[in-house]
Design a protein around this ligand. Structure first.
Ligand SMILES: [Zn+2]
Length: 256
């Protein structure tokens, strides 16, 4: 069956000297993997038509009984050339696309996830990145997958959590923050300050990244959020996100 869809290139792999395998995110077919035969040949019609972080119109032959789908035609809708010139944005885009590739099961349509990544890459190209942008994206991704951490109510009993002046215990395995009555000292994770909680809860609600990007965060707050979300992502997505450490190091200028 031949299908036409909009597709965002998450990852590219060499298959042979002349062919490539591309992992795509689409709104209507979910995450799909296609072979692009002969795409590296000098006269290939695919030359320049796709690359990492491009959003394309893709025509492909869908293999119903497993195996790789075969790309037939591809034309770019968004090139995002800016991501190739800004290394911070490129490292961030690489992490976000890789995280989606790791977290999203194959062939499960998820239009809101596609919109999230497509618009996040647009934003990265236009406005660049910062650590809060990465955290915002992670929170939005978790929400789209139905895995949002509970930050306003106790993840165990549902009781409303206290005001921003209080600290709470965060337990990734139990889905978020715990009230004093539900804390099990043996299994709880880090204690989280009210300032960090306030940021996270606000970013979780933010549909667009401008608010998070405008938040003034101290290095201590960034470190706390980085560790908290890292544990949550690994536990609930059951993957070790590739490129997260590198992207955050680049954004924090911890690497030259
Ligand atoms: Zn509770």
């Amino acid at each position: 069956m031949i299908l036409k869809t909009t597709a965002l290139a998450l990852r590219l792999y060499p298959f042979s000297n002349t062919s490539r395998i591309v992992s795509w995110l689409t709104p209507d077919q979910g995450r799909i993997v296609t072979m692009i035969k002969g795409s590296q040949r000098a006269r290939s019609l695919f030359l320049g038509q796709y690359d990492l972080f491009y959003t394309c119109e893709l025509l492909y032959h869908r293999r119903e009984r497993g195996g790789l789908h075969i790309a037939r035609e591809c034309s770019p809708l968004k090139w995002r050339a800016g991501l190739r010139h800004d290394w911070k944005a490129a490292a961030t885009a690489s992490y976000l696309a890789g995280l989606v590739a790791q977290a999203v099961p194959p062939e499960a349509p998820h239009e809101s996830l596609f919109r999230l990544l497509d618009s996040a890459l647009d934003h990265l190209e236009a406005a660049g990145a910062g650590e809060p942008f990465v955290f915002w994206f992670e929170l939005r991704l978790l929400e789209a997958l139905g895995l949002s951490p509970r930050l306003r109510n106790c993840a165990a009993c549902g009781a409303e959590l206290a005001s921003s002046s209080r600290r709470s215990d965060f337990a990734a395995a139990r889905g978020g923050l715990l009230c004093a009555g539900c804390v099990d000292k043996t299994s709880s994770g880090p204690r989280v300050g009210g300032d960090v909680l306030g940021m996270l809860a606000g970013w979780q609600q933010a549909r667009l990244p401008q608010g998070p990007l405008n938040t003034k965060c101290s290095a201590r707050q960034i470190q706390a959020i980085e560790a908290l979300l890292s544990g949550f992502l690994e536990y609930h997505l059951d993957v070790r996100p590739v490129g997260r450490r590198e992207a955050l190091d680049v954004l924090a200028r911890r690497v030259a």
